[in-house]
Structures are given as C-alpha cells and as structure tokens.
Design a protein around this ligand. Structure first.
Ligand code: AP5
Length: 193
C-alpha cells in the first residue's frame, strides 16, 4: 500500500503520517523532514536549501526527487510508503510514477486533507508560539510572512496535482477539520475499503 498525503501547510500531513507509521508499519517519507535533517547535519545540500525553505519557497525538483529515490532504493520490509509533502509539482509526480514503475510498485491513493486557510494559519502560528514557549525557537518558516509564500506555492505549484490524481482515479478527499482521531478514521476507511 503506497499513499500520498496531499494538502497545504498545516493540513495535518505529518500528524496523520505518524499515526499510519504507528498503526500500520508504514514508512513515512517526508521531504520536509529530510531537508531539515540535511540542514542540521550541515551538508552542502542543506546549506543550499536553507534560505529557500526559510522564505517558504519550494526547493528544486532535482534535489527532492534525488532524496526520494535514495529512500525508495533503500528497500526494507514494511507495510508501504506514505509520501508526506512529496510530490509538490507535476514534475515530481511524473518522477514518482517512474520510480514506482522501476520498483515494480504502484500508487494506491492520493489523499487530500482539506482545511481552509484561516485554520491553517491558526495551526501554524499556534505551533510556532508553542515551540517558542517550550524551547525558545520555532521552525524558521513558521511565521506569517513565510506562511503566505508557502500557501501561494501550494495553490500555484502543488494544487494542480489534485487534477492529475483525480484523472488517474487515485484522488480521495478527507475533511481535515475534524479532530486528529476523526481525520485518522477517515483515512483508515479509505485504506481499508
Ligand atoms: P514540509 O515540512 O513538508 O512543510 P509543510 O507542507 O508546510 O507542512 P507542515 O509540516 O507545516 O504541515 P503538515 O501538513 O505536515 O501538518 P502537521 O501535521 O505538521 O515542507 C517544508 C519546506 O520544505 C517547504 O516549504 C519547502 O521549502 C521544502 N519542501 C518540502 N518538500 C518539498 C518538495 N516535495 N518539493 C520542494 N520543496 C519541498 O500539523 C500542523 C499543526 O497542526 C501541528 O501543530 C499539529 O499538531 C496541528 N494539527 C494537525 N492536525 C490537526 C487537527 N486535526 N486538529 C487540530 N490541529 C491539528
């Protein structure tokens, strides 16, 4: 079972991916987490992407496709992949299709978490405030200015993927406004159907 979690910043992709990892032995492939890890470890790539991420823009397709390829090639015994925050452009979606074919695998569902902008802003600014209260610093892109750019990038570059997966018959949507457990139940119903 290979699935994509699609949705704007703060939609709950990471939260729901973690629930699937815990409940179904699936592997979460979050390009955002991979890029943040590259920054923390100070790799050349990490240094290259830092300013782009902080401003809320997308890093290049080449970099994120390379990261995903490495993870897919690592293999392992598990219940499938959860693509969290990837793909984000049509070029990335094409690359993912090709990678899955190379591996003799396919995509089962592209699940869109639907949440309106007002709630997204509340969640992200709330997360930043909690992080500052707990440890003094928030994610560098969790601020109003970068969030505007992240939302614009989503609507301009990523939302065309909804049509792409709809046309393939893979798109399912979920109300992302419920509690975390309610959202998880909706996703579970799709996976178990
Ligand atoms: P990434 O790390 O993917 O960030 P994002 O898409 O902006 O998403 P978030 O992590 O902010 O939100 P989420 O949807 O995962 O929600 P979460 O569960 O955390 O990307 C960061 C950057 O990396 C990008 O801007 C770009 O620069 C780069 N990048 C990454 N992938 C890339 C790619 N493929 N191509 C190019 N560039 C790429 O929840 C958010 C908050 O809401 C949390 O506080 C959570 O507790 C809360 N919450 C979640 N669900 C609920 C709920 N149901 N009710 C109430 N609160 C909830």
């Amino acid at each position: 079972m290979n699935i994509i979690l699609l949705g704007p910043p703060g939609a709950g992709k990471g939260t729901q991916a973690q629930k699937l990892v815990d409940g179904r032995n699936m592997v979460q492939l979050s390009t955002g987490d991979m890029l943040r890890a590259a920054r923390t470890s100070g790799t050349e790539m990490g240094k290259t992407v830092a300013a782009v991420m902080d401003a809320g823009n997308l890093v290049t397709d080449e970099i994120v496709i390379g990261l995903i390829r490495e993870q897919l090639e690592a293999g392992g015994d598990h219940g499938g992949f959860i693509f969290d925050g990837f793909p984000r452009t049509l070029a990335q979606a094409d690359a993912l299709d090709a990678l899955l074919v190379e591996m003799g695998q396919s995509l089962d569902h592209a699940i869109e978490l639907k949440v309106n902008d007002e709630i997204l802003v509340d969640r992200i600014i709330g997360r930043a405030a909690e992080a500052v209260a707990a440890g003094g610093t928030a994610r560098p892109d969790d601020n109003e200015e970068s969030l505007k750019t992240r939302l614009m990038a989503y609507y301009k570059q990523t939302s065309p993927l909804l049509g792409y997966y709809y046309a393939k018959g893979d798109l399912k949507d979920v109300n992302g406004l419920g509690t975390m457990d309610q959202v998880a139940s909706e996703i579970a119903a799709i996976l178990d159907a």
